[in-house]
Design a protein around this ligand. Sequence first.
Ligand SMILES: [Ca+2]
Ligand SMILES: [Ca+2]
Ligand SMILES: [Ca+2]
Length: 156
Amino acid sequence: MRVADINKDSFTDIVIVNQFSHNFGSTKFRISVILAKGDGSFEKPISFAEKLGYYGSNRITDIAFGDFDGNGYPDLAIAVSSPHKVEIFLGKGDGTFGQGMTYNIDNPKLWINMKVLTGNFDGDGNEDVVVSDSSGGYIFFMEMGTEHFPLQRSCK
Ligand SMILES: [Ca+2]
Ligand SMILES: [Ca+2]
Ligand SMILES: [Ca+2]
């Protein structure tokens, strides 16, 4: 669960990402957005689900917000392990997100409990994504431009 002002109405909203089993051994993840009305109450959750992978393999380990396309609305980065990847969902501004974009991370040294954080680390104005794990050491720096996604670099 994370909070952000998804529709930029100045009220903080809630986003919940969870994972569930689907038939034939596959798993899906569901993203639910709960928009704040501003009086302490909330709208009905807006939910959508996407296929994640096969049961026992893909696992959501962390989520973070960043504005990757620079349109002012928060976007969602979801870290998934085994095989490692980051799923990016661009916020449309009305509480919903576009279709997920998958970026595979090809690094055998990146292990379980992946964490994802966002920030503009190189000062170019575009939000970047950093992925790390609990074993320490290896970090992936993924540069997110407004059109050019992403450049993967690893550093110690
Ligand atoms: Ca809001
Ligand atoms: Ca955005
Ligand atoms: Ca940047």
